[in-house]
Design a protein around this ligand. Structure first.
Ligand code: GLN
Length: 278
């Protein structure tokens, strides 16, 4: 907003300066007028290229650092992970400072355009969320997995009915579980807490995204196994960055940065570092 005003004032100043100094015979009035018009048009073009979210030079990013390997709290106590590295690279390309804010997953969508500019959190593109936010182009394919205790007899969709299912609140796993017949769904703020309850025998299974499920399987080796949701008829999902509704300039810039990273190998390097290593 501020930037817009400054640009407008600068344009006005240019016009008045031009008009003020151009009264001589060498500068026909029509030329002055045209030059003035050009300045105004340039300024308008610049304004049209502005993103509200980027205007202060800071990209405030919401995440929920409970979703390894996409986001977790690093050794230094700060959010880290694939998504965090990705958005920092995007910030560099956009020439803005990236500030990451850790919050509950369920609060992210409502915070966009208010507390934060955008959110990156292994967030699946859904029609419901699209009513509130826009999404960047997708950057990762996922599917829900089912985490089971070792020796569980659950193997397919029909085995899930009537079961005690743990999910992370407000996630696509939560939405799937709510559709399962007679299921007793427990919603957690952290998927890890659900997995702990599974290990303690309080749940029959946990439904969570593929990559975190694989991380938990490794972390609790011998206690749980992660099963591909494809066996349960779960649909593939796409992760994207959620953006303030209508900020098309921001969307274009983020999509261009993503595209560049996919073409120049930076994206694959991050996949190798954060996802394949996990
Ligand atoms: N992909 C899931 C969703 O968007 C879960 C994301 C998460 O827990 N961070 O709902």
């Amino acid at each position: 907003m501020k930037k817009t005003l400054v640009a407008m004032m600068a344009a006005l100043l240019c016009i008045s300066l031009f008009a003020g100094c151009g009264g001589s015979a060498q500068e026909p009035a029509a030329a002055q007028e045209n030059a003035g018009k050009e300045e105004t048009e340039n300024a308008a073009e610049e304004n049209a290229g502005e993103s509200e979210a980027l205007a202060d030079g800071i990209l405030k990013v919401g995440t929920n650092a409970e979703f390894p390997p996409f986001e977790y709290v690093g050794d230094n106590g700060e959010p880290d992970g694939f998504d965090i590295a990705l958005i920092k690279e995007i910030g560099k390309k956009l020439g803005v400072e990236v500030q990451v804010e850790n919050m509950e997953f369920d609060a992210l969508v409502a915070s966009i355009g208010k507390k934060v500019d955008v959110a990156i959190a292994g967030m699946t593109v859904t029609d419901e969320r699209k009513k509130t936010v826009d999404f960047s182009n997708p950057y990762y394919m996922a599917v829900q997995y089912v985490i089971l205790p070792e020796g569980s007899g659950i193997a397919g969709a029909e085995d899930l009915s009537g079961k005690k299912i743990g999910v992370q609140l407000g996630t696509t796993g939560d939405f799937i579980a709510e559709e399962i017949e007679n299921a007793e769904v427990s919603q957690y703020n952290k998927a890890l807490d659900a997995v702990n309850d599974l290990i303690n025998g309080r749940l029959d299974c946990v439904i969570v995204d593929k990559n975190p499920a694989l991380v938990f399987e490794t972390r609790f080796e011998g206690q749980v196994k992660a099963v591909d949701g494809d066996n349960f008829g779960f649909e593939p999902e796409e992760y994207a960055i959620s953006l303030p509704k209508g900020d098309t300039v921001l969307a274009e810039k983020i999509n261009a940065a993503l595209q560049e990273m996919m073409e120049d190998g930076t994206f694959d390097a991050l996949v190798a570092e954060y996802i394949e290593e996990s």
